[in-house]
Design a protein around this ligand. Structure first.
Ligand SMILES: Cc1ncc(COP(=O)(O)O)c(C=O)c1O
Length: 485
């Protein structure tokens, strides 16, 4: 097709071109997802390889989509880590789905900025509605109000900012100077986003007190109670505890009900980070891990991690949204509207002003799969996680290093006769590298009590039993290869 974006042409790409290349790209996306098994999960490249294939300068004159589109396969795909691959078992998965991808298309076509109700009533009301649906699905009480942010890190930043506001220190007006030192409590297994929120909010690293955890990496509530009392005696101002259901390293579960009782008694905010595992509150059989959920003040869950909503989509649910508003609402003249007292203006609930129309993809995903469809997929991942844990437990050369409440398995190789911890760490690091070098599986590690721990996460939309079997075979073969070397 003749390129219409020439210098004589103003305005957007013509409709015929948009349709032609739109179909082409939908075909490309469908084929990419269909053949994804055949691609290496991790690209075999070095830093700078992709940049070297790209021109140093942007084009002076218009280029045709006929020239642009082939570069996806030529330049970009070879440098992509394929998060949609069924054997992507690293970090916490984020696998998108067809309806979610189409939702992104619609959101991009509208390209609205939902700062205030008036700047896009539909995105505001859809966001409120789908977040209320999801709040009810996971069993949070009705008073919880949801806000979508890009990531759990930012959701948590806002949760902790609300906690700081709730402490009644008037930080909004006066800043932190001259105030007694604030203190936040979490275990060493809490995600680094808690630390980053404290860095950003002026709490500082010294404002974080690590609470001891038990052999299952769960917070010991009596230690929390003790730390709060000691801090008060020393003149600190305890203001927030952060519990996690599904910690990043081992998916440990903090006892939220006991922690909530302490927070209530001590009058401090309880923030719950359940970025990965929170979606499993949809399953009646998993409710046992969410005891006390109704007692938290704020709660983070990422449908972009394990509910197949394309990145990015994190939800903060907050019991007292007026506190968040009190912390952040600032309305310049040009954003004042005649419905400010009756409508939600999401800009009031955070740092950012502009907001994408994210709710539409979540709406598509919830409607397309239905609650039952999503539950069935989560259940299958949990079944596969338990199955993999069983294979580890039954194999004489491997050992499991943490309980498996969800679908993430922490383990290491421990051949008989290998008792030196340093050598075991080296062996497992080699094993991990060997597995990833096959290009067929991607897994990462963590350290638990100083032990090099391999983490296998089974939460991808396209992952089924044969992919878990393949990963297991590759792990065993790689270990054998190392041991005979
Ligand atoms: C428990 C937990 N909280 C927060 C985060 C941060 O997530 P995000 O990348 O959405 O900021 C992660 C990331 O894996 C996590 O595991």
């Amino acid at each position: 097709m003749k390129n219409m974006g020439t210098k004589n042409q103003l305005g957007d790409m013509p409709k015929e071109e948009f349709i032609k290349y739109g179909y082409e790209l939908i075909d490309w996306a469908a084929n990419y997802l269909e053949r994804i098994d055949s691609l290496p999960v991790l690209p075999d490249i070095n830093p700078g390889d992709i940049k070297a294939k790209l021109p140093q300068r942007a084009p002076q004159s218009s280029q045709s989509m006929d020239d642009i589109i082939p570069d996806i396969e030529k330049i970009i795909t070879p440098g992509v880590t394929h998060w949609q691959h069924p054997n992507f078992m690293a970090y916490f998965s984020s696998s998108g789905c067809g309806p979610g991808i189409l939702g992104e298309l619609v959101a991009a076509a509208f390209n609205t900025n939902g700062m205030v109700w008036k700047s896009n009533p539909a995105s505001t009301e859809l966001e409120e509605t789908v977040l209320n649906w999801f709040r009810d699905i996971i069993g949070l009480p009705k008073e919880f109000f949801g806000v979508v942010y890009d990531s759990a890190s930012i959701s948590t930043l806002h949760g902790i900012a609300a906690a700081r506001e709730n402490a009644g220190l008037n930080v909004r007006t006066k800043g932190l100077c001259g105030l007694p030192k604030l203190r936040l409590y979490c275990t060493e297994h809490a995600h680094s986003s808690i630390d980053k929120a404290c860095l950003t909010l002026g709490i500082g690293m010294e404002g974080i007190k690590r609470i001891a955890s038990d052999k299952n990496f769960s917070m010991i509530p009596s230690e929390l109670e003790k730390a709060i009392k000691e801090d008060r005696a020393k003149g600190y101002t305890p203001f927030c505890a952060v519990a996690t259901i599904g910690t990043t390293s081992s998916t440990a579960v903090d006892p939220v009900n006991e922690i909530a009782d302490i927070c209530e008694k001590e009058n401090i905010w309880l923030h719950l980070d359940s970025a990965y595992a929170g979606v499993t509150a949809m399953l009646p059989e998993m409710k046992k891990y969410f005891k006390g959920l109704e007692g938290v003040d704020s709660f983070v869950v990422n449908p972009h991690k394990w509910l197949f909503v394309p990145l990015d989509f994190s939800i903060l649910y907050i019991r007292k949204p007026q506190i968040l508003k009190q912390a952040f609402s600032l309305v310049p003249e040009y954003l004042k509207t005649s419905v400010d007292d009756v409508a939600i203006n999401y800009m009031d609930y955070g740092v950012q002003l502009g907001r994408r129309f994210r709710a539409i993809k979540f709406w598509f995903v919830l409607r397309y799969f239905g609650i039952e469809g999503l539950q069935a997929r989560l259940r299958e991942h949990i079944r596969l996680g338990q199955l993999f844990a069983k294979w580890i437990d039954e194999h004489p050369m491997f050992e499991r290093l943490a309980p498996v409440p969800f679908s993430t398995v922490c383990f290491r190789a421990k051949p008989s006769g290998w008792n030196d911890e340093k050598k075991l760490n080296e062996l497992n690091e080699r094993l991990l590298n060997e597995v990833n070098a096959t290009g067929k599986v991607f897994i990462v590690h963590t350290k638990l009590n100083g032990v090099f721990t391999i983490r296998m996460v089974i939460a991808g939309l396209r992952t089924d039993e044969k992919h878990v079997e393949l990963a297991w075979q590759i792990i065993k073969d790689s270990l054998n290869k190392i041991l005979v070397d």
